[in-house]
Write a protein that binds this ligand. Structure first.
Ligand SMILES: [Fe+2]
Ligand SMILES: [Fe+2]
Length: 177
């Protein structure tokens, strides 16, 4: 089942106009075998890179649409913003700055498989702002950068919640005893 972290959206309601429109916008990307490879890579400890990109794309789509922007390019750029196919931990052993390198690799991969317009390019290349390689030059790029941080917080938070709950249970048990 398709879902979005931090949202009740499941894309099962065919009457939900925005959910169906979003699926149409990204369907060729999710259908690509190379893109499905992203499911193999753990991302932010609690999820995989495919789910993370889908999360960022859904929020970017909603925020860009509500703001009257190019929501199609925002959604597609967000889908492709972390389109790199290797383990981040292994890359870091190289000593290179991953924040700078991976947006460029994602753009190269995106161009290999899909048409990338200038707005999508901005969304991909500048999503790491304020770290990475420069700031977004479009509102859609700024939205994807913000959605990336929002989703990363949700995803990391899930992991932290998993660690904190056993501690709280142990404390409450000791208080009761
Ligand atoms: Fe990234
Ligand atoms: Fe990301």
């Amino acid at each position: 089942m398709t879902f979005i972290t931090g949202s009740k959206e499941t894309f099962l309601n065919a009457d939900h106009k925005e959910a169906m429109e979003f699926l149409m916008i990204v369907s060729d990307i999710t259908a690509a075998d190379a893109y499905a490879e992203l499911k193999k890579y753990v991302h932010h400890k609690t999820t995989n890179r495919y789910q993370h990109c889908l999360n960022v794309a859904w929020y970017s789509y909603l925020w860009a649409k509500n703001a009257g922007l190019d929501y199609r390019s925002a959604a597609r750029g967000a889908m492709l913003h972390d389109f790199y196919l290797y383990d981040t931990k292994e890359f870091r052993l190289s000593g290179m700055n991953h924040n700078i390198v991976h947006p460029r690799i994602a753009l190269k991969n995106a161009r290999m498989f899909f048409d990338v317009n200038p707005v999508m390019e901005d969304c991909i290349v500048h999503h790491m702002w304020p770290s990475g390689i420069g700031s977004p030059v479009t509102m859609e790029g700024a939205i994807v950068s913000a959605a990336d941080k929002y989703c990363a917080s949700l995803e990391w938070g899930l992991g932290r919640a998993g660690q904190i709950v056993p501690v709280i249970r142990a404390i409450s048990r000791s208080i009761r005893n």
